[in-house]
Design a protein around this ligand. Structure first.
Ligand SMILES: Nc1ncnc2c1ncn2[C@@H]1O[C@H](COP(=O)(O)OP(=O)(O)OP(=O)(O)O)[C@@H](O)[C@H]1O
Ligand code: NI
Length: 314
């Protein structure tokens, strides 16, 4: 029992990759807690370090990665855990809904069998497994269940494949569910269905979730709290309502203004090189409030307005 109520505690996570060009700083001193039953979103533009955080939690980083910091799951640091022990947690206590549904399914296995196969609880009989799988699938597929159960992945739409992957991820009854870009490459109709699916997982299955996405609208609809990443670090964390109604960090303000319903005002400029990061604020070159201290001094993440913000203005 964790007294703090946190399922996951990421502390000062640093990840850099060794490349021929130099050290790529992917994640800088990221700290984030996920409370039981909470759905937290990590948002930010491409390359900001969102996926690397998810991969760090599951210990699925590439071989050229160097990792520092701690990721506590029930008080045990996953980063120090024996890889054998880690495999007992991965896909069971912490499940991932992978990014690419097409690549993650076995094309020659019927959908129902696909879920039963990964459900490797050795203590229960096959009929019991089937019963459990059907119960999970019926909660995700509603009326089409028999048809879906007996057909093959290629007969499913993109949105339905996502549902199948969600069923696979849920059948181990995980304490934490991580989804990396669940809406990537989907048409608007499937997008709505995926939104509905995640709302359902949240409400009905009461899952603790970490949603990694560049799709701000999706995150705003699903999550309770949002962490905004810029160039490998968290620049703002707060409850969704605060992020939408009164974003504090100029980068978050830029993201919100760039939403289609707000007139799609794009943020000018580019994020800095990840090999030669600036001394001051990483966002200063693109910031309309840029001042001398922003260039000379790197801002710390400080408590503000019920959340945290990394900006000299606060
Ligand atoms: N194996 C690797 N070797 C070198 N650099 C890497 C490696 N994996 C990731 N990176 C770099 O780390 C940074 C963070 O990557 P990450 O995949 O976490 O971004 P992201 O925020 O998930 O972006 P996207 O929205 O495109 O998925 C990027 O600059 C990326 O190029
Ligand atoms: Ni990513």
């Amino acid at each position: 029992m964790n007294i703090s109520g946190n399922i996951l505690e990421i502390r000062d996570l640093d990840v850099f990759f060794e490349t021929n060009e130099g050290y790529v700083k992917a994640v800088n001193k990221v700290s984030l807690n996920i409370r039981r039953g909470e759905c937290i979103g990590i948002i930010g533009e491409t390359g900001s370090g969102k996926s690397v955080i998810g991969q760090s939690v599951l210990r699925l980083l590439a071989n050229n990665a160097h990792v520092n910091g701690s990721i506590y799951f029930h008080g045990t640091d996953l980063l120090k855990m024996d890889i054998k022990e880690m495999k007992k947690i991965r896909g069971k206590e912490i499940s991932l809904i992978p990014q690419n549904p097409a690549k993650s399914l076995n094309p020659v296995l019927k959908n129902g069998k696909q879920v039963i196969e990964v459900f490797d609880n050795k203590n229960i009989t096959l009929p019991e497994k089937r019963k459990k799988v059907i119960s999970i699938m019926s909660r995700l597929f509603f009326k089409d269940l028999t048809k879906v159960y007996n057909s093959y992945p290629y007969q499913l739409s993109g949105g339905m494949k996502q549902r199948l992957l969600a069923a696979i991820a849920l059948c181990s009854d995980p304490e934490l569910l991580i989804a990396d870009e669940p809406t990537k490459g989907l048409d608007p109709d499937s997008m709505d269905k995926i939104c509905e699916l995640f709302m359902h997982i949240k409400a009905d299955h009461k899952r603790t979730m970490l949603i990694i996405t560049h799709d701000l609208d999706f995150a705003l609809r699903i999550c309770d709290r949002i962490a905004v990443m810029y160039s490998g670090e968290i620049v703002e964390v707060n409850r969704v309502k605060k992020i939408i109604d009164s974003p504090s960090h100029p980068y978050t303000q830029g993201l919100i203004s760039a939403l289609p319903r707000n007139g799609l005002v794009p943020l000018p400029g580019q994020s800095p090189s990840r090999i030669f990061l600036p001394t001051g604020c990483f966002f200063s070159q693109r910031c309309r409030f840029n001042s001398a201290s922003c260039v000379s001094e790197h801002p710390l993440l400080r408590k503000f307005d019920g959340g945290m913000v990394r900006c000299h203005m606060y």
